[in-house]
Design a protein around this ligand. Structure first.
Ligand code: ATR
Length: 275
């Protein structure tokens, strides 16, 4: 049987076991995907246990996505570019770390909102781990420009500088972006602002969106954030974070099983759980 799981702390709230259990069943693959509560001090032993117990792979979530990189045998280019690992594949004891968050986000954005990102002017709100992961994947799509805006402007500048070679990424202070929002084709929130239990917060002032823009939010709890609500009212296309969660899982499942993930069933399972 195929043993899979997700390592995090806390882990009880994770919807990954629900989503992947439904996916394994739909594919007819005998196995299990279990929540694994791993405290930071136990991470090394837990990774070793993947080999000992013969797990085919695991997802890795907060707070282990960066620290886990030290314990793996190989890192895929996605993990190096994203600076974090969310998926481990075990090939006969050899552990490879991947980051499917960025490609999962881009696959979702293209499937649900913008089929072609080439030439797009993109404004990314936030400069943390989530921003890093998606920017590397966005740059593969040949956008015209990427502006990273962050409350702490230095972090936006640093993150932008790390993609200097790409030449089209710049940093900005969040307080200065009101004038930039109308120029963006796509505005993406990667900050935690607007997430439950503070769903009324937004990362930018209201009234700045214009018709025809795409407003995207990585948050999926709530499914429709206040930011997305404001975008909708301004006539924008909106894109929520549930798709990113589904597709990061879909890529992981495809690496473990070699089969196409049943994304419709995964989505349906989550919608029922959130409903
Ligand atoms: P993640 O991995 O989810 O990106 P992170 O690395 O801690 O988490 O980054 C959190 C991001 O949300 C940062 O861009 C942070 O801005 P700062 O760098 O200025 O801290 C942003 N963020 C969190 N709370 C915020 C708030 N109340 N207002 C504006 N930005 C906020």
């Amino acid at each position: 049987d195929m043993l899979l799981g997700v390592m995090g702390d806390p882990i009880a709230q994770s919807k990954s076991p629900l989503m992947h259990t439904a996916a394994l069943k739909a594919l007819g693959i005998p196995g299990a995907y279990v929540p694994l509560h791993i405290a930071p001090g136990q991470l090394g032993e837990a990774v070793q246990a993947i080999r000992t117990l013969g797990f085919r792979g695991v997802n890795v979530t907060i707070p282990h996505k960066i620290a886990v990189m030290d314990y793996l045998d190989k890192l895929d280019a996605s993990a190096v570019a994203g600076g974090a690992v969310n998926t481990i594949v075990n090939d006969n004891g050899v552990l490879t770390g991947y980051n499917t968050d960025g490609i999962g986000y881009v696959r979702s954005l293209k499937a649900e909102a913008v089929p072609d990102l080439s030439g797009a002017h993109i404004l990314v709100l936030g400069a943390g781990g989530a921003a890093r992961g998606i920017i590397s994947a966005l740059l593969q799509e040949n956008p015209a420009s990427v502006v990273i805006a962050n409350r702490t402007a230095d972090k936006a500048q640093e993150l932008a500088a790390s993609w200097q070679a790409a030449g089209i990424v710049t940093g900005a202070a969040m307080e200065n972006i009101a004038g930039m929002i109308p120029d963006a084709d796509i505005v993406i929130n990667t900050t935690s602002v607007g997430m439950f239990p503070y769903p009324n917060d937004t990362p930018v002032a209201s009234g700045l969106f214009r018709k025809g823009q795409v407003v995207s939010d990585l948050i999926y709890n709530p499914l429709r954030t206040r930011l997305l609500e404001e975008g909708l009212q301004a006539g924008c296309t909106i894109h929520g974070g549930l798709g990113m969660f589904i597709y990061q899982g879909a890529y992981a499942l495809e690496y473990w099983t070699g089969e196409a993930a049943p994304v419709d069933i995964m989505r349906q399972t989550l919608l029922e759980a959130f409903g």
